[in-house]
Each structure stands twice: as structure tokens, then as C-alpha cells.
Design a protein around this ligand. Structure first.
Ligand SMILES: Cc1cc2nc3c(=O)[nH]c(=O)nc-3n(C[C@H](O)[C@H](O)[C@H](O)COP(=O)(O)OP(=O)(O)OC[C@H]3O[C@@H](n4cnc5c(N)ncnc54)[C@H](O)[C@@H]3O)c2cc1C
Length: 387
């Protein structure tokens, strides 16, 4: 508790976004979200699963009759970046607990299918614990769905599990691992950012001393928010660093596309970890897996705008967030269930855009991005990538 309070105090002192703070009041440098600063939009699909996160093993047979251990690790919804280390740790426990039950199995080499955040963290944990790892993937960073993530530690978003105790221990491991990455800088791009939560639920749950009146300096009434440090990763740097360090530590990466699960069973390794994300729906005929689409808007980075805003739109279950990477501001928060296309939705984008403008400058007519202005971002954008 003492460390946490100390950390918050340090954040308050050090963070450049806090222009002036006195008592419960902070003045934040407002972002300039005029259309000239808009970089482009992006769209991603959160891999959600009605049966809950799939972290379990099964025994499968290759076409030559050889029995193999297959461990599934998919269905992380909007929490894949957050839970990745906890799930990777669990995968290694599952392997350890099962491999010795079948004689003649090569227990040292593991095939990891997928090189998104989930596949790469599994590879890291297995390498660290003495396994040889080969990663097989159609795409690697920056071309994976994981690159669309905002990168905020959000371990509860769109993920469930029947085994509540297991989920809790995954979250604990994940939180500790991410905390260590922030403190020890073991991977690039992770930091503790100041987060302001404009929602009744967050304000009610916070200690009164962690609630602040936030002023964006436009002469409008300051608004109450719950303040806390939030672990966040700068996705492009973080995933690139995960990738490079995975190779440095000895992983091999092979680019390939699997058309069906039998092709995966025929990989040379006897232990296989499936981290193929949304593709598990087709590869493993998992109809409980569905996409929850998210649209995000990128704006140019601005000095002093290095915080996170989370805004629960009053009277609805919609939230909109503003986060920051080194090179951009990101507005997101749309959650469209079972929408798995990549067509841009102008109204949805402008809904998010308008919500953040209303939070910062209530009462002013918000800017609007017309169809011509609403261009795809060139970073990891599936619309451009598939052309
Ligand atoms: C808009 C948005 C914002 C998000 N924000 C956050 C956030 O702030 N915090 C958070 O924790 N999470 C966030 N998420 C969720 C997170 O992005 C996902 O949970 C996570 O990326 C899932 O990772 P993955 O490795 O399973 O999938 P992917 O990144 O999709 O990786 C799948 C891998 O499998 C490979 N593959 C697939 N099919 C095949 C095949 N047939 N043959 C060979 N290889 C194949 C792919 O090439 C890829 O390498 C967000 C998601 C979205 C859409």
C-alpha cells in the first residue's frame, strides 16, 4: 500500500502532463484533436469466446500415427496484451504436468503456432524455462491483430473463464510480470501512465484522496475523475522488442499458413501450443469464438499529452478512451459484438471522436471527420495490408 501511494506521488511530481495541481485539482494539457492532427483509423477484432478463455490440452494424432500434446491458448478478448504473461505461465504448467504421461515424446521441443502477443510471450516463457522453441506463423509484428491493441492493462475486458480461481491466478501473474517489465525495463515501451477515470463506478470505488477535479483549461466546469497509475505498453516498440529478444534467446520463426488442424498436427514437434487467435475458429472448428470489433482513431502526438482518459458516457454502457504511445494519441473504446468485417463505420468513429471532445470541451460543437478525411492509418491496417 505504501509503495503504491509513493508511486502515485512520484507520478504526480514527474508527469509532464500535470501543469498545475493543488489539492484535489489538476489541470491537464488538452489534446488538440482538430481534423488536421488526425493520422488515420484502424480496425481490429477482439477474439472473444462464449465458452471462455481456452487454456487446456488435448491429445492429437499426426498423420503418421504419432500421439502429440496440443495446448490451446486463445480467446483473450480485449485483454490479450494484459493477460499474455499469465497465460504463458499456465501453458508451461500444462505442458510440464502432462508430457511425462506418454513415453517416447520429445519433451524438449515445442512448436508455437502464432506470433501475436500470445504466441511471443509463450515462446519467451518456454525459452526461459529451457525448451527449444519454433514459432510458426502466417504473420509477425507489425502485421498481426495484436498490433491494433491500444496496450492498456485491462485484464477484465471481454474475457471470462469457468475456472474463476485459475483466471484470478493468471491475472495475478500477469500483473506482477507487467509490473516487473515497467520497473526493470526488460522490454521496451512499457510504462506506468497517469490515468483519469470519468465514470461513477470508478469514482465510487476509489479512495476519496485518489479522486481529482480535472480541468482542461477551457474555462468550463472541471470534472471529477478517479486517478490511478495504469500500466500501458507502446505497442509498436513493445511487440518489436518481444520479437527481437525472442530471436536473440534462440527461437526460430517459420512463416507458413495452415489450412487445417491436421497440418498443425504434422509439425515436427511433439508438443504444440495453439496461439492462432481468431483463426482458431476455422482451424479448430470453434463456433464459440466470435469477434468483437474495435475502431480506433490515431492523432499526432503532442507535448504534455501523455495521460490516459477513460470516459463512461453518462446514461449508457459505452465508454471511450484516450491513450498515448510515443508517436501518437489513440482514441478507442468501440465494442461491436460479432461484427467481423473491416469496413469503416463513419458514425462509430465520429461517436468516439465526439465523446472525447465532449469530455474535454463540453458544450462546444464537436469537430466531425467526413468520409474524405476518414483515411486508414498506414500502421498495421488490415484494409491497406490486404490490398
Ligand atoms: C481495438 C482493439 C484494442 C485492444 N486493446 C487492448 C488493450 O488495450 N489491452 C489488452 O490487453 N488487449 C487489447 N486488445 C486485445 C488484444 O489485441 C488481443 O486479445 C490479442 O491481440 C490477441 O492476441 P493473439 O496473439 O491471440 O492474436 P493475433 O495477434 O491475431 O495473433 C495470431 C497469430 O496467429 C497467426 N495465424 C493465424 N492464422 C494462421 C494460420 N492459418 N496459419 C499460420 N498462422 C496463423 C497470425 O499470423 C498471428 O501470428 C485490443 C484489441 C482490439 C481489437
Amino acid at each position: 500500500m505504501f509503495n503504491y501511494v509513493k508511486k502515485l506521488l512520484i507520478l504526480n511530481v514527474m508527469c509532464s502532463s500535470i501543469v498545475a495541481a493543488s489539492g484535489g485539482m489538476v489541470t491537464l494539457t488538452p489534446p488538440d484533436l482538430s481534423p488536421e492532427n488526425f493520422i488515420g483509423y484502424n480496425i481490429g477484432h477482439r477474439p472473444c469466446r462464449s465458452k471462455g478463455l481456452r487454456l487446456e490440452h488435448e491429445w492429437v494424432r499426426a498423420s503418421n500415427g504419432k500421439e502429440k500434446l496440443l495446448v490451446h491458448n486463445y480467446g483473450h478478448g480485449g485483454a490479450g496484451v494484459s493477460l499474455s504473461w499469465g497465460c504463458a505461465d499456465m501453458v508451461e504448467h500444462i505442458i510440464f504436468d502432462n508430457v511425462l504421461s506418454v513415453p517416447g515424446l520429445d519433451t524438449k521441443s515445442v512448436a508455437v503456432v502464432g506470433a501475436g502477443v500470445i504466441g511471443m510471450t509463450v515462446a519467451h516463457i518456454l525459452l526461459e524455462r529451457g525448451y527449444n522453441v519454433c514459432v510458426y506463423a502466417q504473420a509477425t509484428t507489425p502485421d498481426t491483430m495484436s498490433n491494433v491493441a491500444v496496450g492498456v492493462f485491462s485484464p477484465d475486458l471481454g474475457v471470462s473463464m469457468d475456472d474463476a480461481i485459475m483466471l484470478e491466478s493468471i491475472k495475478q501473474f500477469a500483473k506482477q510480470a507487467m509490473g516487473e517489465i515497467v520497473n526493470k525495463h526488460t522490454f521496451k515501451g512499457a510504462r506506468l501512465a497517469p490515468g483519469y477515470y470519468f465514470s461513477d463506478a470508478d469514482i465510487e470505488a476509489a479512495n476519496p484522496e485518489d479522486c481529482k477535479m480535472v480541468d482542461f483549461g477551457f474555462g468550463v466546469e472541471p470534472r471529477l475523475a478517479a486517478f490511478r497509475g495504469v500500466i500501458t505498453v507502446d505497442i509498436p516498440f513493445y511487440l518489436q522488442d518481444l520479437y527481437e529478444k525472442m530471436l536473440e534467446r534462440g527461437a526460430r520463426v517459420e512463416r507458413c499458413v495452415f489450412d487445417n488442424k491436421e497440418a498443425i498436427f504434422d509439425l515436427p514437434e511433439d508438443i504444440i501450443v495453439n496461439c492462432s487467435g481468431m483463426a482458431s475458429k476455422k482451424l479448430f472448428h470453434d463456433d464459440s469464438l466470435y469477434a468483437v470489433r474495435g475502431e480506433i482513431l490515431y492523432f499526432k502526438a503532442q507535448p504534455g499529452v501523455d495521460y490516459r482518459l477513460h470516459y463512461a458516457v453518462p446514461g449508457s454502457d459505452v465508454f471511450t478512451s484516450l491513450s498515448t504511445w510515443d508517436d501518437r494519441i489513440i482514441i478507442g473504446g468501440s465494442l461491436e459484438r460479432v461484427v467481423d468485417h473491416y469496413e469503416v463505420d463513419e458514425d462509430m468513429c465520429n461517436g468516439l471522436y465526439g465523446n472525447i471532445q465532449n469530455l474535454i470541451k463540453p458544450g462546444c460543437a464537436p469537430d466531425y471527420l467526413s468520409t474524405d478525411q476518414l483515411v486508414p492509418a498506414d500502421y498495421c491496417n488490415v484494409v491497406l495490408r490486404d490490398k
